[in-house]
Design a protein around this ligand. Structure first.
Ligand code: EPZ
Length: 429
């Protein structure tokens, strides 16, 4: 198991180039598996979740060919099964998009329940409700196998009781092949929903309204594919680096991003005292010398609200700010587990249910901590960057699930960080 060793205190400055969106890529790879022809996907992030999903596609019979760094050609025509009962499926969340893709393409899907970060209970009832509305019969088999089958599927109106990124994408993936009109009401509006819809439309689907809370999908019998498509930049990777500027009193140019996707974070960082300069595809985030970092209140919400995937990083930043900061976590019931490690490093944080109150300004000191999940892992690295002395972040595999070339990117902006121990990532390309 690998660890990062971080010697804190360096001011970070320079440029960071952001990779493709992991969560868009997961939906888009599954979308490629629903096509009737090959697709070329560009700007794929070099992270382990993507490698796992490509491995699954290839194990299921798809032709998966890496054309170059971050560029893959997927030809799903050789996939003749709707079953994905292989262990890799249980290792991450995004594998569940094959349910929608296969249900639409084969009128059936059967696979293990997905894995993913431990953030409290993560039901998939809304996905199932959507599939059932389209006419699928659902059964939960032994050993955690989800089984969906249908004699006939037909477009339907589906109201999501709760805004769900995964359910919105999964229902879109199925509905593109289903005859008639499907309308998803109270749909999620995250940038990656729009990206998956754009990819599906380029493949030949007819989806309108992605990016709003009502998405209309008119099913098509054939989705020819034969496209080349570049994935949008990763909003969460970009946000993580943006926060490292005020965290270390630094000056970072975060490039290859869509600044619009960062608006909520940019506004918060400005409120805290950072200077934000926006260009066409970059944001420069600077902490002016002599200006104190001020505390702020955050509330996680579906897009365009503050993303839950930036919550642990923001709480870590609040540890440095002057005054009392607040974080309300509205999306997940158990996404404060990492706070015990921040306390171990000297942070003054009280939690009660959805609320964390951070009394900022305490000096953190290095300690052995763990990457409990992907974003909490990034937050631990951030804590190490500002702490006095040496921090060891153990079990860094979750971080590698979502941050490409993390070590190289951090070195390039001046961080003192090294990786020790055996690499935990399964090499695929
Ligand atoms: C996606 O998870 C992302 N994962 C998560 O990113 C992200 O935290 C989350 O969206 C919210 O933005 C992927 O895209 C692979 P949801 P997802 O369905 O789709 C409840 C990361 O760090 N819910 O929007 O699983 C659910 O419990 C990861 O990159 C139901 O109750 O999230 C949660 O409270 C972690 N029933 C809320 O909705 C359902 O059927 C939002 O979940 C589905 C969800």
């Amino acid at each position: 198991m690998s660890s990062y060793i971080i010697r804190g205190g360096n001011r970070l400055e320079g440029k960071v180039r952001i990779g493709g969106s992991k969560n868009a890529a997961l939906g888009i790879i599954a979308a490629a598996m629903a096509a009737d022809g090959p697709s070329v996907i560009e700007n794929l992030p070099d992270v382990s979740d993507i490698k796992l999903l490509l491995s699954i596609c290839s194990e299921l019979g798809a032709e998966v060919e890496m054309l170059g760094p971050g560029e893959v050609r997927i030809d799903p025509r050789s996939v003749l099964t709707h079953e994905a009962c292989i262990d890799l499926v249980r290792k991450f969340r995004g594998s569940y998009y094959l349910l929608g893709a296969f249900l639409g393409r084969f009128n059936a899907a059967r696979m293990y329940l997905p894995g993913g970060c431990d953030l409290g209970s993560r039901p998939i009832d809304l996905h199932i409700k959507g599939f059932e509305a389209l006419g699928a019969h659902f059964e939960m088999e032994q050993d955690g196998i989800i089984s969906l089958s249908a004699d006939k599927l037909e477009g339907a109106g589906i109201f999501l009781d709760q805004v769900s990124v995964g359910a919105t994408i999964n229902i879109m993936l199925a509905a593109v092949h289903v005859p008639g009109m499907t309308v998803i009401d109270n749909a999620a509006r995250e940038p990656h929903i729009v990206d998956v819809a754009n990819f599906l439309n380029a493949m030949g689907a007819n989806i309108r309204g992605a990016g709003t809370d009502v998405i209309r999908i008119e099913g098509r019998p054939v989705l020819p594919g034969n496209i080349s498509y570049a994935i949008i930049p990763d909003q969460i990777e970009a946000g993580t680096y943006m926060m490292m500027a005020p965290l270390t009193g630094g000056d970072l140019l975060v490039e290859n991003i869509i600044p619009k996707h960062m608006e909520t974070l940019s506004a918060k960082l400005e409120e805290m005292g950072a200077v934000i300069e926006e260009g066409g595809d970059y944001i420069r985030c600077t902490m002016p010398e002599g200006v104190p970092l001020r505390a702020a209140s955050f509330k996680t919400l579906p897009y365009p609200g503050f993303p839950t995937d930036l919550q642990p990083q923001a709480v870590t930043l609040l540890c440095k700010a002057q005054g009392t900061g607040r974080m309300i976590e509205n999306i997940y019931e158990n996404r404060f587990q990492y706070i015990s490690y921040l306390r171990l490093m000297g942070a003054n944080i009280i939690t009660s249910g959805k609320l964390a109150v951070v009394q900022g300004g305490s000096v953190l000191h290095g300690a052995p901590v763990e990457a409990r999940d992907l974003r909490a892992g990034a937050a631990m690295v951030m804590a190490g960057l500002m702490a006095e002395g040496e921090t060891t972040v153990q079990n860094i595999y979750p971080i590698q699930r979502g941050y490409e070339n993390f070590l190289d990117k951090l070195h390039a902006i001046g961080a003192d960080i090294e990786e020790v121990g055996a690499a935990g990532v399964r090499p695929v390309w």
